[in-house]
Design a protein around this ligand. Sequence first.
Ligand SMILES: NC(=O)c1ccc[n+]([C@@H]2O[C@H](COP(=O)([O-])OP(=O)(O)OC[C@H]3O[C@@H](n4cnc5c(N)ncnc54)[C@H](O)[C@@H]3O)[C@@H](O)[C@H]2O)c1
Ligand SMILES: O=C(O)C(=O)C[C@@H](O)[C@H](O)[C@H](O)COP(=O)(O)O
Ligand SMILES: [Zn+2]
Length: 372
Amino acid sequence: MHALEVSLGDRSYPILIGPGLYAATALMVDHFVGKRVAIVTNETIAPLYLAPLTNALRDLGLSVVEIVLPDGETYKTGNTLDRIYDALMRERCDRSTTLIALGGGVIGDMCGYAAATYQRGVPFIQIPTTLLAQVDSSVGGKTGINHPLGKNMIGAFWQPKLVLADTDTLNTLPARELSAGLAEVIKYGLIRDYAFFEWLEDNMDRLVSCDPDALTYAIERSCANKAEVVAGDERETAKEGGRALLNLGHTFGHAIETALGYGTWLHGEAVATGMLMAAQLSAHLGWLASSDVARIGDLLARARLPLKAPRLGAEKYFDLMGHDKKNIGGRLRLVLLKRIGEAITTSAIEPGDVLAAIAACCADQKEPSRDG
Ligand SMILES: NC(=O)c1ccc[n+]([C@@H]2O[C@H](COP(=O)([O-])OP(=O)(O)OC[C@H]3O[C@@H](n4cnc5c(N)ncnc54)[C@H](O)[C@@H]3O)[C@@H](O)[C@H]2O)c1
Ligand SMILES: O=C(O)C(=O)C[C@@H](O)[C@H](O)[C@H](O)COP(=O)(O)O
Ligand SMILES: [Zn+2]
């Protein structure tokens, strides 16, 4: 088992990574406040992993509430959140109840937001079961739900007490979901870790074939990068750089997810093409060599991620990108690349340059669906 820490003073917490962890209650026991836990999961994950966790917790003498939600990004909404609150109220859960998110980023974001808001805040634990959640969403305390006009528009910063990333759970993950997680892994190499980017170039074939050692290394290195960034700028308030760098590709990506309808493209897929658009724009501005744009495209393709963005129309892109949380005073603020391994935030971008990057990266044909 590998152990890391997110250092945030009295809100610091461990990230534990390894096989056989998801029902290892001995690792959780110090993080429970009272004798009650509520596990939040979904209809796909419950048949795979819920019973062993519930049973192990009951064996410890804890009372367990199970909350099983419908599966999918389309359910990352206020209505689904209400189902969590309803169950907590019905079961008379009090402030000493610990919530446990058992699932991918959708479950983690919603359970975390329920924990942040139920009775003005209860503790929660992340047990991420997708690669994306293990390398990114379970760490750092961004929680929330989508709005029809924009991704994650309603939410809170609320740190978990513990992250338990069980690498065995990746054995049941569909290949498309594994690839989506690899997009966020590649992101860390691009924004701040050139040596990791090179390692990914050497090891991408092992990762897509689910080699456990390669996956464990990628998770650990990704979490180490994210923990460092979050510790330096927990609430994304730095004027330049800081936590916003973790948003590389997301201004474009979130626009794609929102425009096509949540869940049509996976978050990681939209981020992949978004990162290529950001790289293209960086090259257009003369910062990044076009050979580096090609290098990024090659790695994304080897991770089986889409390279071409859907043709939404420039106006639609601009409209949706205008809702991005990084924007200040109505001015677009983007994360771009100075080189592979170094990103910056900038508001000094002309709309014409953004348009050129969008045009260069859009598919020739309308390509809304990634299913099948
Ligand atoms: N809070 C953050 O910092 C942060 C970071 C990145 C992404 N996100 C959010 O995370 C979400 C995407 O998360 P995701 O990619 O994990 O998607 P997801 O949560 O929708 O999970 C993907 C799919 O895999 C299934 N699944 C989960 N674990 C499984 C397993 N072990 N075996 C089989 N199937 C399994 C799920 O039921 C779902 O169908 C988006 O909403 C995104 O906005 C948040
Ligand atoms: O943790 C962060 O900070 C990130 O930006 C990580 C992103 O991968 C993630 O998708 C995040 O939810 C996006 O944040 P948002 O503030 O743009 O909603
Ligand atoms: Zn993301």
